[in-house]
Design a protein around this ligand. Structure first.
Ligand code: CP
Ligand code: NVA
Length: 310
């Protein structure tokens, strides 16, 4: 049994196994032949922030695997306020087999994983979003790109999604560019981590304040909202700061012809991405969303030690 708290909790071999498994799980799900290996298993889903994709896909995924889940929203358990993180972990471990947690502080999901006996999956924290980027790389793989062929440009805020993209990209060996104002670049510790992982994988990273330079020759262009959950009070200020990094048709014209358009969603149309680009022929945003279901089933199976049985 294992946790997925940081993207780097899975090494390359595990990452490849999970992505292969996700592909098989997807085929079997489409044929309605999914194994119900998790019959009798329960998941606790702690969500301190709102969610459409993550909540629905974990819930549906657990049910399709034969298990079930219990949603614990912010008003139910007030993690760290009504009760300490550690006491919540010690309660949940008596009843459930896996804990899925969307939190503000990375330290909360780490404490849950340290204290609780069942595996813990990070369903988004202020620092990482590993489940999202597994779905993103599965999507690029399905589109026919080998890892070494991926030239991914990420535009905007260098926070959770960007960091997890960088780290999985570093593990798998892609070329990654991040375009954004320097103040919002990923923290230097993540850049160092990227470079360390890149020694084995051949991955390359380039950070720039120039959006055109970021997307030049990219075959996938990715963006995310400018004011993440918890930062909404900065929305007006960020709207001005990030404006030059909007993914629109003029910026896409600088990328490789037919470059894929990616977004983890929810999107703020007209801000970080324009309608024509998001709804354009090369947009794969809803394929990414679809793959959350299949990849998370694979992650659950990996964390519970069932990855070879499905
Ligand atoms: N991409 C993503 O995690 O979406 P939700 O916030 O709706 O779960
Ligand atoms: N960066 C975004 C991702 C949402 C899925 C946020 O943290 O709100």
């Amino acid at each position: 049994m294992r946790n997925l708290i940081r993207t780097t909790d899975f090494d390359r071999e595990t990452a490849e196994r999970v992505l292969d498994l996700a592909g098989r799980v997807k085929e079997r799900t489409k044929r309605r032949e999914m194994s119900t290996v998790l019959a009798g298993y329960s998941a606790a889903m702690i969500f301190q922030k709102p969610s459409l994709r993550t909540r629905v896909t974990f819930d549906v995924g657990m049910k399709q695997l034969g298990g079930h889940s219990i949603y614990l929203g912010p008003s139910e358990i007030s993690m760290g306020v009504r009760e300490s993180v550690s006491d919540i972990a010690h309660n949940l471990e008596r009843w459930v087999d896996i804990i899925i947690a969307r939190v503000f502080a990375q330290s909360h999901v780490e404490e849950l994983a340290r204290v609780a006996k069942p595996p813990v999956i990070n369903a988004l924290s202020d620092e990482e979003h590993p489940c999202q980027v597994y779905a993103d790389f599965l999507t690029l793989k399905e589109k026919g790109l080998k890892w070494s062929e991926i030239k991914l440009a990420y535009l905007g805020d260098g926070n959770n999604v960007c960091v997890s993209l960088m780290l999985l990209g570093a593990i798998l060996g892609i070329e990654m560019r991040v375009g954004g104002p320097k103040k919002y670049w990923p923290a230097p510790s993540y850049v160092e981590e990227f470079e360390k992982l890149a020694k084995n994988s051949g991955a390359r990273l380039h950070l720039t304040e120039d959006p055109r330079e970021a997307v030049r020759t990219a075959n996938a262009v990715y963006t995310d909202i400018w004011a993440s959950m918890g930062w909404e009070n900065e929305a007006a200020e960020r709207s001005g700061i990030f404006r030059p990094y909007q993914v629109n048709s003029a910026l896409m014209a600088e990328a490789e012809k037919n470059a894929f358009v990616m977004h983890d969603l929810p999107a703020h149309r007209g801000e970080e991405i324009t309608d024509d680009v998001m709804d354009g022929a090369t947009s794969i945003v809803f394929d990414q969303a679809e793959n959350r279901l299949h990849v998370q089933k694979a992650i659950i199976l990996e964390c519970l030690g069932f990855s070879t049985e499905v």
